[in-house]
Design a protein around this ligand. Sequence first.
Ligand code: IDC
Length: 342
Amino acid sequence: MAPSSTHTYTVTARDPSDNESDRSASVTATTQAGGTGTPVQANGQLKVCGVRLCNERGEQIQLRGMSTHGLQWYSQCLNTASLDALATDWKSDILRVSMYIQDGGYESNPRQFTDRVHNLIEMATARGMYAIVDWHMLDPGDPMYNLSRAKTFFAEIAQRHNGKNNLLYEIANEPSGVSWSTIRNYAHQLIPVIRQNDPDTPILVGTRAWSSLGVSEGSDENEVVANPVNATNIMYTFHFYAASHGSDYLNTLSRAADRIPVFVTEFGTQEATGDGPNNFTRSQQYIDLMAQKKISWVNWNYSDDFRSGAVFTTGTCPNGPFAGTSRLKPAGVWIRDRVRAD
Ligand code: IDC
């Protein structure tokens, strides 16, 4: 992470997940010689500053990290050992907690999924990582379909965690089949519910056509620039899969990042299916652009799903080993290097 974290820290944590009823995770995060502690110790409460993301001292920063797969499918990849590896071996700044709503996710058992998210927030916090709470709506693509569920969920999350300084709320993973004005209207209805309980956590708003800022349907960032969400401390999300999405995406991301605050909350080095061959050459172009413009990013995904975009080989979870490269697929080896990079 730029500018200040050197990623030289050690963490010993006891996870709340080891005992569901125990939420008092304890942590010893020691700063080593020359180090500046964990990402959260080094940067504190995040705040959107102009078109960038800043730390508590108002310095522009770039966060880099990994997204979980769907919690309903790959919770077994999220345990003490795997999250220790993410924090200390991958040196990840951030964990995106992807809670699907449909597909056997939140709607099937709101209490259980909300509790899983509470737990994962505590596990990330115990390791000094930032966490994105991802409302992973996907199909149906109209965020309004899940508005009342989202209000219930985010009200509880914001109430429980408003004392923390390491969260971001992503309120709509990938809207599709709806206009920007529908997404904007959704944001206007949900954001006040969050703000009532938590005035200062940055909020990430999905964009049109699978969070492509409309580019996959021939539009671009102008629709957001012309009609921004009427709220403070928010960013817009942009997703890409490098083997499917070429120069129109790259150019849009580059232009948009100079005009509005953009956070890449999901990307893959392979095709948009999350599978197929990797395009590391084009992926590196995105990585370079995001470094240059300090665009924070999160890669899909930290699981042992069979697809090429899941970093671990099938059967790695739950026992690992998660540190090092012995269980990583090619995309995993590649992205670990780039999460770890200074
Ligand atoms: C994919 C998963 C896959 C799952 C599918 C449908 O990798 O296992 O069967 O979702 O739920 C996205 C989505 C993300 C997708 C990913 C890859 O946000 O949920 O995950 N992707 O297809 N947008 C573009 C690509």
